[in-house]
Design a protein around this ligand. Structure first.
Ligand SMILES: NC(=O)c1ccc[n+]([C@@H]2O[C@H](COP(=O)([O-])OP(=O)(O)OC[C@H]3O[C@@H](n4cnc5c(N)ncnc54)[C@H](OP(=O)(O)O)[C@@H]3O)[C@@H](O)[C@H]2O)c1
Length: 227
């Protein structure tokens, strides 16, 4: 395959999984060319076919291995279980240079999903930045959006807080939040990702306590013209 990256191209590592596939669906629907990345290209191809069918055959989605996906995209979303976070990043580190990584990972501890547990770096996104270094812009987003709602075409009653290593990277990520049909907010530096990642455990806990599946967050009190 010979492909020159263009701005409307995004790679989703973990795009065969629940959250990544939902994001790939939303972005493909918005007109982005989406590369679904996987450790197993065949699995990625099947996910691409599934999404293309769901979108009536009109979308441009390809399933490839993780390295190829990163190579062809300018912006790369990462949605893998926290246990696979470091290994996945190490495996694509060299070709991520000069690109933006949107980290969707939440450092959940199995069987303790409702307790906030952050890694020594402060959060999964800060750990990503430590692993990747200054040549990659790292943002974090979508951690509070449940996959179940991404694959539906209904509005999602939850805002997206975007943190990141530069204003420019946050601004590019906010464009993808809007493309996914969600309301996003610039939530400041990457250090703030700990709050957003931690919020996921709170929301899971609230869902458990109140028998719901769709607890979310909204930012209120902002003048609409300021957005
Ligand atoms: N599910 C949600 O509603 C939700 C919401 C917000 C945030 N998140 C976060 O998004 C991330 C992905 O969540 P998910 O629910 O989409 O996870 P998932 O479906 O279990 O896994 C996503 C993908 O990660 C890849 N992967 C790479 N290494 C892996 C490993 N060692 N074990 C298992 N899978 C591995 C797999 O893709 P390949 O086999 O194709 O490589 C898999 O399809 C997590 O960090 C989660 O906390 C999830």
């Amino acid at each position: 395959m010979n492909y020159t990256p263009i701005l409307k191209t995004i790679a989703v590592l973990g795009g065969t999984g629940k959250e990544g596939k939902g994001l790939a669906y939303r972005w493909a629907k918005a007109g982005y060319k989406v590369f679904i990345g996987s450790r197993t290209p065949k699995k990625a191809q099947l996910a691409a076919i599934e999404l293309t069918d769901l979108l009536g055959g009109e979308a441009v989605i390809e399933g490839v291995d993780n390295l190829t996906a990163v190579q062809y995209a300018n912006i790369v979303a990462l949605a893998v279980p926290y246990a696979a976070h470091r290994d996945t990043l190490e495996s694509v580190k060299d070709i991520l240079k000069g690109k933006i990584l949107i980290d969707v990972t939440v450092p959940l501890v199995p069987r303790k999903l409702t307790s906030v547990r952050m890694p020594p770096a402060g959060s999964a996104a800060q750990e990503a930045y430590e692993i990747l270094g200054d040549e990659v812009q790292v943002t974090s987003a979508f951690q509070n959006i449940s996959y179940e709602y991404l694959m539906q075409d209904e509005p999602i009653d939850c805002d997206v807080l975007v943190t990141g290593t530069s204003k420019e990277a946050r601004s590019e990520t906010l464009k993808l939040v809007a493309a996914a049909g969600l309301t996003g907010w610039d939530a400041g530096p990457i250090e703030n990702s700990a709050v957003v990642e931690g919020m996921t455990s709170l929301l899971i806990g609230i869902n458990k306590q109140y028998g719901s599946t769709s607890a979310g967050i909204r930012i209120t009190g902002i003048n609409a013209t300021a957005q």
